[in-house]
Write a protein that binds this ligand. Structure first.
Ligand SMILES: Nc1ncnc2c1ncn2[C@@H]1O[C@H](COP(=O)(O)OP(=O)(O)O)[C@@H](O)[C@H]1O
Ligand SMILES: [Mg+2]
Length: 354
C-alpha cells in the first residue's frame, strides 16, 4: 500500500526553504519529478554524514526525498568515498523493493551525472528512526524480529544469483568504506590482534553469497506502520550476508552502554534477531553463517571504539575498557554461537555495574 504522507502542506508552509545547486533542480526536472516554474522547496534532512539529503515539497503533490552523495564524509577523519555509490544505492532500493515489498523506500528516479536519487518521502511522524527509540530505552523484540525477517528474506532471495552478483560488483567500495575503516583500522590500533583482524577482513571480502546492505544500523531503519524500512544502502555489495547480521547485532550490544537501564531488552532484541534470521538461511548451513557472524561481531564492536568511526555515545574510558575486555578474547578465540557473545556481554556489563 502506498501511504500518502500526512500534512505535507503544513510542512511546506513552516519549514525554511534553502536553495540548492541548479544541477539538482535540473536533474529532478529531467526525471519529470518537478515541472518548469514550479514553486519547489528544499528542506535539508539531518542525521546523515555522507550525503546531502532533502525533503522536496512540490505544489499539489506529495513530497519526495532526494539524496546526493558527497565525496567527503562529514566525520572527523579524512574519509573520501566515491560518489558512484549513489548508483548502487539506487540499484539496492530497486532490487530490495521488488524482492521484499515495503523493505525500502520506493525509488522514483536516479541521475547518474549528478550522483543523485529520488525516493518516496516517509514522514517521521509515521516512520520514527529505530535508533531514537532504542536510545530512549524503547527496545521491542518484535521490531528486531521484523528487521531480521526482512533482511533474511532479501539475503535468501539474492543468494547464489549471478545477475545480482554482477550488478553489485562493489568489492573495492566495500573494502574502502567498511572492511578497511572497521577491521584494518582496528588492527592498526591493536597490533596484537593484527593477524586475526586482517584474516577476518580478507575472508569476509572473499565471501560472495548474497546481496548485502552494508549499513544495517538502527539509524538507517525507520519503523513504519507496515514494518521496518531500510535506508542508506550506499555500501551495497554482493558478499557475505553474515556482515549485515553482525553489523546490526553490534548496534544492539552497543546500545546497552548508551541506555543501560534497557540492557535486558536490548539483549532480548539481540536474541530475537538471531532467532528470526537463522531460519531464513537456506543458501548454506545456518551454522556456517552463524560462525562467520560470531567472528565478525566482536571485531565490529571493538571497531566502534578503536576503529575509524567510533560511536558518539561511548566516551568514558571505563566504557571503552569494558568494550575491549569483552571483545578482545572473542577476537582471539572466535565463538561459534552468537548467543555466547550476548551472554559474555551481559556478564561484563553486569559486573561493571556492581
Ligand atoms: N525516504 C526518506 N524519507 C524520509 N526521511 C528520510 C528518507 N531517507 C532518509 N531520510 C532521513 O535522512 C537521514 C539520512 O539519510 P541516509 O540515507 O541515512 O543518509 P546518509 O547516507 O547521509 O547517512 C535518515 O536518517 C532519515 O532521517
Ligand atoms: Mg544514514
Amino acid at each position: 500500500m502506498i501511504r500518502r504522507p500526512r500534512c505535507y502542506e503544513v510542512a511546506m508552509a513552516t519549514d525554511p526553504p534553502i536553495s540548492v545547486a541548479p544541477e539538482v533542480e535540473a536533474a529532478l526536472s529531467r526525471l519529470g519529478l518537478i515541472g518548469a516554474g514550479d514553486d519547489v522547496r528544499f528542506t535539508p534532512l539531518t542525521g546523515g554524514v555522507s550525503s546531502d539529503i532533502w525533503r522536496v515539497d512540490r505544489p499539489g503533490q506529495p513530497p519526495i526525498c532526494v539524496k546526493q552523495a558527497a565525496s567527503q564524509l562529514r566525520v572527523e577523519a579524512d574519509w573520501r568515498v566515491p560518489v558512484e555509490r549513489n548508483a548502487f544505492e539506487a540499484a539496492w532500493l530497486r532490487r530490495a523493493g521488488d524482492l521484499v515489498p515495503g523493505m525500502a523506500p520506493r525509488l522514483l528516479g536516479e541521475d547518474r551525472a549528478t550522483g543523485l536519487l529520488a525516493m518516496e518521502y516517509l514522514p517521521p511522524g509515521d516512520y520514527p528512526v529505530w535508533k531514537q527509540q532504542l536510545l530512549d530505552g524503547q527496545a521491542d523484540p518484535g521490531v528486531a524480529t521484523a528487521v531480521a525477517d526482512r533482511l533474511g528474506r532479501l539475503h535468501a532471495a539474492t543468494a547464489h544469483d549471478n545477475a545480482v552478483a554482477n550488478a553489485f560488483q562493489t568489492d573495492e567500495i566495500f573494502w574502502g568504506i567498511r572492511l578497511d575503516p572497521y577491521l584494518i583500522a582496528t588492527a592498526t590500533a591493536h597490533p596484537d590482534l593484527h593477524t586475526e583482524l586482517e584474516r577476518l577482513a580478507k575472508s569476509t571480502a572473499a565471501t560472495r553469497l548474497a546481496l548485502v546492505h552494508g549499513d544495517v544500523s538502527p539509524k538507517n531503519i525507520l519503523i513504519g506502520p507496515d514494518g521496518p524500512v531500510l535506508l542508506d544502502a550506499e555500501c551495497a555489495w554482493y558478499g557475505d550476508p553474515a556482515f549485515d547480521l553482525a553489523f546490526c547485532l553490534n548496534h544492539l550490544l552497543l546500545k546497552c552502554l548508551a541506555a543501560p537501564q534497557a540492557m535486558a531488552d536490548f539483549l532480548s532484541c539481540f536474541n530475537s534477531m538471531v532467532s528470526a534470521y537463522l531460519p531464513r538461511v537456506d543458501w548454506e548451513p545456518p551454522a556456517d553463517l552463524e560462525r562467520r557472524a560470531a567472528a565478525l561481531l566482536p571485531a565490529l564492536t571493538l571497531a566502534r571504539v578503536d576503529g575509524k568511526s567510533p560511536v558518539e555515545y561511548i566516551v568514558a574510558d571505563a566504557q571503552k575498557a569494558l568494550v575491549r575486555r569483552a571483545a578482545i578474547p572473542q577476537i582471539k578465540t572466535p565463538r561459534d554461537q552468537l548467543s555466547d557473545i550476548a551472554e559474555t556481554w551481559r556478564r561484563a556489563l553486569t559486573d561493571a555495574q556492581h
